[in-house]
Design a protein around this ligand. Structure first.
Ligand code: PEP
Ligand code: MG
Length: 869
């Protein structure tokens, strides 16, 4: 491939950035060009990796190019690769554009062989060091390039230590290590059928090939899929002159952070291990010391490290995670990258860096991962605690909770009333379990996915939930739960962590939510940048108050079906459904009216001065009747049968119900406007009421329902300001949005139903069944119930926006499906020009941040970047 260049020295500008050099390579080049002490070396580009993947072989010309760069390295270091007296040694490390665990591990000390090791011993006057370096190469090369099981080497090392009666590798002497080298060579030969390659160039070529091949190993593929990293990026390979931390007590190796990665506090956080090579720190064989211990042992190197940390943070304008080595008192940086951090640390660092003038407010806002904010709104398990995980499921709703196991909703309610903390453990939950879910501290289900009933409802309530937990089974008759092989009784205590999906036996210590000044500061800045308003989906005054605390600017969806449940209401609702005629229904509804009115008043008061969208009854009537087997009498049984539907999602629900039984919607409108008037009289200000009709698909449906709404509102509360609008949750409504807009003051996209109806997926039947299959087999790359299907549902929304606004330029537009609280979907809603998004209260902060990031991205002021890349 003439003209294609595959290799760059660290001091050569490439202009290809991370995409070409990988994160590690770009960092090493940038540090070199900054004058930070970095060992010399070069990077083989991701282009070379892509060429390797295409041809399944080392691309033409690459070996020659590598040879030229080795020659440069030889010139610069005054040592020769393969020299038997004073050899040049290198490390080979992979480095993709985004940091990616699962890729090939490093190989150190490459270039050693049976003769060079003796030369290294002579030239350094340090036999111990030379043989220690060689045994490390044999093991790393054997494991990484030839796939030998590392345990074989580890076992032999332990045997030698045991034989000598020592604990630490560093207690082994030169002769022990010499013997270990022989033993490792035998293992290598035994496993591969040939001797360890003595030619350093062969070692290098095979190591480079192994890095390229590791790009496609299963661990790396799984990681990429989970993090949506494209398969065709490829990895770069870094070849770096070795510096040695294992040369004695004035050498060592360490890692450090420029700020505390769990709190974001300023200071030096890191670990150092004297007389050790890189892998020892990570391997946990010896316990590293706090990096401060360098101050006494290696004061000059420590001083230089502190200066370099400040310099790198200034240069990158972000918190850094640094790897370094000290060789004979001299400091070398091996890597720097943007540090992975907790949400609390991300906020603290962003605020202090803004105060320090290092970054702008826009950058501070753009830097926080909206999805991570959830961590801060709920109690958490101490991230540093060492715990035994009994079972694992999906992290369905964040936060940790601990309580006694209960197996049904009624017991959950009873025990909670008696003051106990309980965790509701179910195969899966249904709307019948709602009272138990409200009473429980958390929910654990064996079945179900991220948008199963348990997950959606728990998220809405801000309650921890682990769904689809592997290794859990329930025996309701025996009142027992088997958890990772252990049998527990109802009443035994467990802890669940909905942020990670972990389940523990017993009570685990929790740390309280961390909404602090940093959180408020960054979200305050976000509010200054965003154009989209953020509302909440809430049905009770308590949740409305919570939503306001989180910064909600109104209610985008108040589902009224909850107002039909409850001990005092359900019998009346059932009476209404069972009534023989309209008159009977009206009598029952008359009794429901004051109850609903008082519910509305509570919500209006909690949201004083802000808009409140109330959706009229949506679910089919049979949801309010018991199971046929529990019918009180024959009449009820018959009614249940008559109302039964094959496809309730597409059945007699939403506005269809309102048209067939207008008295129900009339009662609701009456309760709303009476409630609004009452609050106005009490507080002097009328709430901004928006009455919303569900599941409209035809102009005529909304025309009639608007007429009903206006008539009742005029009758009950003349002059009261209110809006009348519709949900857009059917494809037909999107297509005919211009006609429907004639009768609507606002549209609110119900993307839960719009996704179901546009895709023809019934959510309850998709998750855990064919949708899981689709995701696992890459038919789809995302769950469309979590992230909007932009190409399908998104286009329908766009059509509805254009057609709706073509007849009414000031048509108010919002979204109230689950997607309103998901960052990518929020960005899409911004681009569509909606007025607001509405989501569950606990997602309001996320939506505020995501909306700000969308606005910043649009104006080019700052783009969200993930840490650690
Ligand atoms: C929707 O369909 O998106 C919606 C908000 O309504 P529900 O989830 O109550 O059907
Ligand atoms: Mg809906």
């Amino acid at each position: 491939m003439a003209g294609n260049r595959y290799v760059y020295d660290f001091d050569e500008p490439s202009s290809g950035g991370k995409e070409l050099l990988g994160g590690k390579g770009a960092g090493l080049a940038e540090m070199t060009q900054l004058g930070v002490p970095v060992p010399a070396g070069f990077t083989i580009t991701t282009d070379a990796c892509r060429a390797f993947m295409a041809a399944h072989d080392i691309p033409d010309g690459l070996e020659e190019e590598v040879a030229e760069h080795i020659a440069r390295l030889e010139e610069r270091s005054g040592k020769r690769f393969g020299d038997v007296n004073d050899p040049l040694l290198v490390s080979v490390r992979s480095g993709a554009a985004v940091s990616m665990p699962g890729m090939m591990d490093s190989i150190l000390n490459l270039g050693l062989n049976d003769q060079a090791v003796a030369g290294l011993a002579r030239s350094t006057g340090n036999d111990r060091f030379a043989y220690d370096s060689y045994r490390r190469l044999l093991q790393m090369f054997g494991e990484v390039v030839d796939g030998i099981d590392g345990h074989r080497f580890e076992r032999r090392l332990s045997d030698v230590k045991q034989g000598k009666g020592v604990q630490q590798d560093s207690d082994l002497e030169a002769d022990d290590l010499r013997a270990l080298v022989d033993a490792f060579k035998t293992i290598y030969e035994d496993e591969t059928g040939r001797g360890f390659p003595q030619d350093p160039r062969e070692q290098l070529t095979r190591a480079v090939r192994a890095v390229f091949e590791s790009w496609d190993n299963p661990r790396a593929q799984v990681y990429r899929r989970a993090h949506e990293i494209p398969d065709d990026l490829g990895t770069a390979v870094n070849v770096v002159q070795m510096v040695f931390g294992n040369k004695g007590e004035s050498s060592g190796t360490g890692v450090c952070f420029t700020r505390d990665p769990s709190t974001g506090e300023q200071g030096h956080y890191g670990e150092f291990l004297a007389n050790a090579q890189g892998e020892d720190v990570v391997a946990g064989i010896r316990t590293p010391q706090p990096v401060e211990t360098m101050k006494d042992q290696l004061p000059e190197a420590f001083e230089q490290l502190l200066e370099t940390m400040v310099r790198l943070e200034r240069h990158y304008r972000d918190m850094q995670d640094i790897e370094f080595t000290v060789e004979d008192g001299k400091l070398f940086l091996l890597q720097t990258r943007s540090a992975k951090r907790t949400a609390a640390a991300a906020l603290k660092a962003a605020v202090s860096m803004t105060d320090e003038g290092l970054i702008t407010r826009e950058e501070a806002v753009a830097r926080i991962d909206p999805g991570a904010l959830d961590q801060l709104l709920h109690p958490m398990i101490d991230p540093s605690a060492q715990l035994e995980v009994a079972a694992k499921g999906l992290n369905a709703s964040p936060g940790a909770a601990c309580g006694r196991i209960v197996l049904d909703a009624d017991s959950a309610e009873e025990r909670a009333k008696a003051g106990e903390n309980v965790i509701l453990v179910r195969w899966e939950t249904t709307p019948d379990d709602i009272h138990g879910m409200i009473a429980a501290q958390g929910i654990l289900t064996v079945h179900g996915g991220m948008t199963s009933h348990a997950a959606v409802v728990a998220r809405g309530m801000g309650k921890p939930c682990v769904a689809g937990a592997d290794g859990v089974s329930i025996d309701t008759d025996a009142g027992t739960v088997t958890l990772g092989g252990r049998k527990l009784d109802e009443g035994d205590t467990i802890t669940i962590d909905g942020g990670t999906g972990r389940v523990f036996v017993g009570a685990v210590e929790l740390v309280p939510p961390q909404i602090n000044e940093d959180f408020e500061t960054v979200l305050g800045w976000a509010d200054d940048f965003r154009r989209l308003k953020v509302r909440a989906n809430v049905d009770t005054p308590e949740d409305a108050a919570k939503a306001r605390e989180f910064g909600a600017q109104g209610i985008g969806l108040c589902r009224t079906e909850h107002m039909f449940f409850g001990e005092d209401r359900l019998p009346v609702v059932q009476e209404m459904i069972m009534a023989d005629d309209e008159q009977g229904r009206r009598a029952a509804l008359e009794r429901l009216l004051p109850m609903q009115q008082s519910d509305f008043e509570g919500i209006f008061e909690a949201m004083a001065g802000l808009p409140v969208t109330i959706r009229l009854l949506d679910p089919p009537l049979h949801e309010f009747l018991p199971d046929e087997s529990q019918a009180r009498d024959d009449k009820m049984r018959q009614r249940i049968r008559a109302l039964r539907e094959a496809n309730p999602m597409l059945g007699t629900r939403g506005c269809r119900l309102g048209l067939m039984f207008p008295e129900i919607y009339e009662m609701q409108v009456r309760a709303i406007v009476r409630g609004a008037r009452a609050v106005q009289e009490r507080n002097g200000e009328a709430p901004l009421v928006e009455i919303m009709h569900p599941l409209v698909g035809f102009e005529e449906e909304l025309r009639r329902l608007r007429e009903l709404t206006v008539r009742v509102a005029e009758e009950e509360a003349p002059g009261l300001p209110y809006l009348c609008g519709t949900m857009i949750e059917l494809p037909r409504a999107c297509v005919r949005a211009d006609e429907i807009a004639e009768h609507a003051d606002f549209f609110s996209f119900g993307t839960n139903d719009l996704t179901q109806t546009a895709l023809g997926f019934s959510r309850d039947d998709a998750e855990g069944k064919f949708l899981t299959y689709y995701l696992e087999h890459d038919v789809l790359d995302r769950n469309p119930f979590e992230t909007l299907d932009l190409a399908g549902v998104g286009e329908l929304m766009q059509l509805a926006v254009e057609r709706g606004r073509s007849v009414k330029a000031d048509l108010k537009l919002g979204i109230c499906g689950e997607h309103g609280g998901e960052a990518k979907s929020v960005a899409f809603c911004h681009d569509l020009g909606l007025d607001y998004v509405s989501c569950s209260p606990y997602r309001v902060p996320l939506a505020r941040l995501a909306a700000a990031q969308a606005a910043l991205a649009e104006s080019g002021a700052a783009q969200y970047v993930t840490a650690g890349g």
